[in-house]
Design a protein around this ligand. Structure first.
Ligand code: ADP
Length: 393
């Protein structure tokens, strides 16, 4: 009997889902509910190469889950008969308390809700999704898998901000790291493919959100996201690293409030802020049309990633494998080439033909003689969540 896990990733206005066989990794169905709470929402459900859709108002997450359940039925897959053994929830912030996948009950859900002070943009939506999903699917265990978990053992030197230690302690201000499920999955896959446990790795998760990690022998030693998923690389609509003095300046000179600054850095920055688009396919089109804002945005983006590669090379004291993953990392050969341009001095030599070849499989894109192996490994957070879920039920 298949051990299917319904994996849910609830955002503030969306639910991404996949029904995954935790043993084979096979995905029986997947989809996304979008624009929940807006006038018109939609659900797109994929099963056996066919697309099933819903258009119309989706009141809240509970309504979204109900529509998803109906689309499962329309696609001849009754969730109740599909051998669903558990629901696995992606939860962004586990704070210091949750470092392992956790079977959910009322008390743990309440504790995750309390962590919303650390992740006000993410945890509330995760908790809403969990609460509704427990009502819609009451007969199976629900498990939370935390984005921060992989980075729980980040060395103190990497996890500590250099601010007043009492303030930091009282308000739990430290670097937690995010995208951990992806960094763990991808670095683990690389170790498995190369059959080596001692590797020094850099993983570049370049999607709409973006983060880098340095991993030594399977343990993370650095990562670019910090107390929140705002620090580090330039992202779709987030600034990444910025001098905190900019915030004081904009507060004093432009009268921007905390809420204004939050919106500026989280939603009106990154590629959206610099070029007006967050999707790299649009960005390349604009660059081809001669748009200088887009060209600068691309340069800023690649420059930031290169800075992190150099820093992590020093942190690791050398490098065996550098891996690209997520939407941009897996698909965008131009961006990979620009990031790794002229790094032969660091032992990084990209093979142009291997880099340009499109594939859905893990692959090496460096030359045979490159001292550092460069790979592309598609991430699979849903499978990682499904496996973590069945491991604790
Ligand atoms: P998230 O999970 O953070 O929403 P993804 O990892 O799915 O993000 O990445 C989405 C991004 O990947 C898109 O915004 C786009 O910039 C980029 N992307 C996806 N496909 C391609 C492609 N074929 N070429 C270039 N960029 C792509």
């Amino acid at each position: 009997m298949a051990r299917n896990v319904l994996v849910l990733n609830c955002g503030s206005s969306s639910i991404k889902y996949q029904l995954v066989d935790a043993d084979t990794g096979e995905c029986a169905a997947s989809g996304i509910a979008e624009r929940i709470g807006e006038k018109v929402g939609s659900v797109t459900h994929l099963r056996d190469g066919k697309t099933y859709t819903y258009q119309g108002r989706i009141e809240d997450h509970a309504a979204g889950l109900d529509i998803i359940r109906r689309l499962f039925e329309d696609s001849r897959l009754e969730l109740t008969d599909a051998g669903v053994v558990a629901v696995g929830h992606r939860v962004v912030h586990g704070g210091r308390r949750f470092t392992d996948p956790t079977v959910l009950d009322d008390a743990t859900v309440a504790a995750i809700d309390e962590l919303s002070v650390l992740a006000p943009l993410h945890n509330p939506a995760n908790v809403t999704g969990i609460r509704q999903a427990r009502k819609v699917f009451p007969d199976v265990p629900h498990v939370a898998v935390f984005d921060t978990a992989f980075f729980r053992d980040l060395p103190e030197a990497a996890a500590t901000y250099a601010i007043d230690r009492e303030v930091a302690r009282k308000y739990e201000v430290r670097r937690y790291g995010f995208h951990g499920t992806s960094h763990a999955y991808v670095s683990g896959k690389v170790a498995e493919l190369l059959d080596r446990t001692d590797l020094r790795q850099i993983v570049l998760h370049l999607g709409n959100g973006a983060s880098a990690s340095a991993v030594r022998a399977g343990k993370p030693v650095e990562t670019s996201m910090g107390m929140t998923p705002l620090e580090g690389l330039v992202m779709g609509s987030r600034s990444g690293d910025i001098d905190p003095g900019v915030l004081f300046h904009l507060n004093r000179q432009a009268g921007m409030s905390v809420a204004d600054l939050d919106t500026l850095l989280n939603r009106r920055s990154g590629m959206t802020g610099l070029a007006g688009v967050n999707d790299f396919r649009d960005l390349h089109r604009l660059i081809d049309e001669g748009n200088t804002d887009a060209a600068l945005a691309f340069d800023v983006y690649c420059h930031r990633v290169r800075k992190y590669i150099g820093a992590y090379l020093a942190v690791l004291g050398g490098l065996d494998v550098l891996t690209f993953t997520a939407g941009v990392g897996e698909n965008d050969a131009l961006t990979r080439a620009a990031i790794l341009r002229d790094l032969e001095g660091l032992g990084i030599r990209l093979d142009p033909a291997r880099n340009a070849a499109a594939s859905r499989e893990p692959r090496t894109i460096s030359t045979d003689g490159s001292a550092v192996r460069v790979m592309v490994v598609p991430t699979n957070e849903e499978l990682a969540i499904a496996r973590a879920t069945v491991a604790v039920i």
